[in-house]
Design a protein around this ligand. Structure first.
Ligand code: G3H
Ligand code: 13P
Ligand code: ZN
Length: 311
């Protein structure tokens, strides 16, 4: 099956009450681990690439890795630009074979966000590519932008109809309490998702696909493993999976996960070197890291997103 857009994926996810996982890819082992899990569970899949990933791995290498994933599987796969900062990067990904892009104008004023998003939508739609926009700001780190908690803001339901209507976006990322990175909450702080805001937005945009960024749950066992074998990552609390399960059943059709994959790989590689200090063949530590990615993604698909068997 060729790469697909997100249109059909989201339509079915909305109707049947599950979410499609959008997992960030940076190298071959990550692409393989994610794709093998989705194939075995017969789940639709979004592979997403950040500007940082594109800088690290090169657009062509990433395209070829994703083409290989498509050739090796029979599930629908969308290739999505994560957090496109401007028109040029969106255009470059659209022209270069992506089937979906995010234009992240959330750092701009409402008016400028609309103007920028509309421009990307016009170009993307003329090429058959779907577009995700964003309203509201998550805290945490994305590429080189570090949004402090003070600057983060929930999405205002009063703005969503005008934003979606004027831009023509195909899905909308909202801020309801998730945040990027492995350090989402301070010790003692209780993770909270504003389901009331989600509900209000759903009422205003019936049938419209909503996206949640910053949805890693930061598993404590991986943090402990990282620290046990020489790391010094402070304790962190992620988004409880129960909350994500609830969100996946609602209008939320796409859930973004990156940090959990990073942590799973790092934990396994640290452990590997602690136990096998003389190893130097990269395959010896990258094979278990790839397996850790696969296990993490399989867990998310089956136990959090509910998209297994929906390919
Ligand atoms: O939201 C950000 C994603 O986790 C991608 O992170 O920009 O470090 O590749 P990155
Ligand atoms: P996490 O950092 O919670 O994995 O979020 C990833 C993300 O939102 C990518 O866009
Ligand atoms: Zn994000």
């Amino acid at each position: 099956m060729p790469l697909t857009t997100t249109t059909e994926m989201f339509k079915r996810a909305y109707e049947e009450g599950y979410a499609v996982g959008a997992f960030n890819v940076n190298n071959m082992e990550i692409v393989q681990g994610i794709t093998e899990a989705a194939q075995e569970l017969n789940a639709p899949l979004i592979l997403q690439v950040s500007a940082g990933a594109r800088k690290y791995a090169n657009h062509t290498y990433l395209m070829k890795l994703v083409e290989a994933a498509v050739a090796e599987t029979s599930i629908p796969i969308a290739l999505h630009l994560d957090h496109g900062a401007d028109f040029d990067i969106c255009k470059s990904c659209i022209d270069g074979g992506f089937t979906s892009v995010m234009i992240d104008g959330s750092h701009h004023s409402f008016e400028d966000n609309i103007a920028l998003t509309k421009r990307v939508v016009e170009y993307a739609h003329s090429k058959g590519v779907t577009v995700e926009g964003e309203l509201g700001q998550l805290s945490g780190v994305e590429d080189d932008v570090n949004v402090s908690e003070a600057d983060a803001s929930y999405t205002r339901p009063s703005e969503v109809e005008e934003f979606v209507g004027s831009t023509g976006v195909d899905s909308l990322a909202i801020a309801i309490g998730t945040s990027h990175g492995a350090f989402k909450f301070k010790p003692g702080q209780k993770p909270q998702l504003r389901f009331d805001i989600l509900e209000e937005i759903t009422q205003l945009l019936p049938g419209f696909p909503i996206v949640l960024h910053g949805s890693s749950s930061v598993p404590q066992n991986f943090l402990e493993e990282i620290n046990k074998y020489g790391g010094d990552m402070p304790g962190a609390i992620g988004i409880p999976e129960e909350m994500l399960r609830q969100a996946a059943k609602s209008a939320v059709c796409k859930i973004n996960i990156d940090s959990d994959i990073r942590m799973a790989m790092t934990a396994v590689i640290r452990k590997h070197f602690a136990l096998n200090p003389s190893h130097f063949d990269p395959r010896q530590y990258l094979a278990p890291a790839r397996q850790a990615v696969k296990d993490m993604v399989a867990h998310k698909i089956s136990n959090v997103l509910g998209c297994d068997g929906k390919a």
